[in-house]
Design a protein around this ligand. Sequence first.
Ligand SMILES: O=c1[nH]cnc2c1ncn2[C@@H]1O[C@H](CO)[C@@H](O)[C@H]1O
Ligand SMILES: [Zn+2]
Length: 372
Amino acid sequence: MINADRNDTACHRYTVTPMPTPLTQEDLRRAPKVLLHDHLDGGLRPQTVIELAEACGHQGLPTTDPVALGAWFRDNANSGSLVRYLEGFAHTCGVMQDESSLVRVASEAVQDLAADGVVYAEIRYAPELFTDKGLSMEQAVEAVQEGFRQGEAASGGRIRVGTLLCAMRQNDGWQRIADLVVRYRDAGVVGFDIAGPEAGFPPSKELSAFEYLRQQNAHFTIHAAEASGAESAWEAVQLAGAERLGHGVRLAEDIQGDEVGLLAAYVRDRRIALEMCPTSNVHTGAVASLAEHPIKRMADLGFRVTVNTDNRLMSDVSMTGEFATVVEQFGFGWEDLRKFTVNAAKAAFISHDERRALIQDVIEPAYAALAK
Ligand SMILES: O=c1[nH]cnc2c1ncn2[C@@H]1O[C@H](CO)[C@@H](O)[C@H]1O
Ligand SMILES: [Zn+2]
């Protein structure tokens, strides 16, 4: 930008102030990204769904054309209702019922994330959804871990993956999933979550599972304040003790302008990370539109905001794409993206040393170079 110095009448001097660097899609892809909220069964490649359905005899796919199938998932997801959004998972879980399919899906997920510039990801799924054809939950977990390791190796060490195991809110037996989290902690399972329909199935349904996890020094996040309001976040934080909130967007209901309510202030002051998923949040109706998404408002108020995909297949998104979406909508620059990435690294369920190394050795130098 060239500014004429109008006060200098004798001769017009011109000063050059640097233009902010435009954020290209390729730079956004190359930027190291940390992804805390990504569902394994929501992120398959359309072609893989088709091939696995053929191999295992899964009936009822709406089409066997990969482009059309991708579009079908997106249209189905973009329903404005979480319950309808979740219906698409019948087709992905339907083809994830044997060990070789799970290994393939897990390995491809890691490779796709690495190609998207994700350096650390926590990928989640519900083991109980992979037992329809006789697999035990342990076999499912071990197959997915094998796939993650293969995907990491195939990506040449560019990405590291931790696993979160979800209990389904509408089903009983959250404790069995909590047991698996503790049992497989040395194999790469780093935490627990509850997913599925939020309304009617609060954390208080089986609070003992969270008490157990805390007593075992295990980590957990909870999908909350997505389909239900801020009171759902209150249960997740104050009854269960969640360290992070999946989405948490409707916590914005506890904020009027600059007036931050007691619960929202608690979440902010305790540095409880919000795993926001902008496109998914519009698709499920958690927010009415992207323009009304509270990500910028809450980031400006100092919340530990992070950007995530939720379901790459269902919502037709990637980390690069979600960064581009919020950049376009809210005018974020490299400093904001660096902050979201550091926030995510700080909230990751890995050791303090590993988080510090991720921030100091990978994230900070890369963003400093990109911002030049
Ligand atoms: O945004 C979400 N909110 C609540 N549940 C979800 C969301 N996305 C996916 N799942 C649910 O989590 C299960 C395990 O991965 C999926 O099968 C889906 O039912
Ligand atoms: Zn989710």
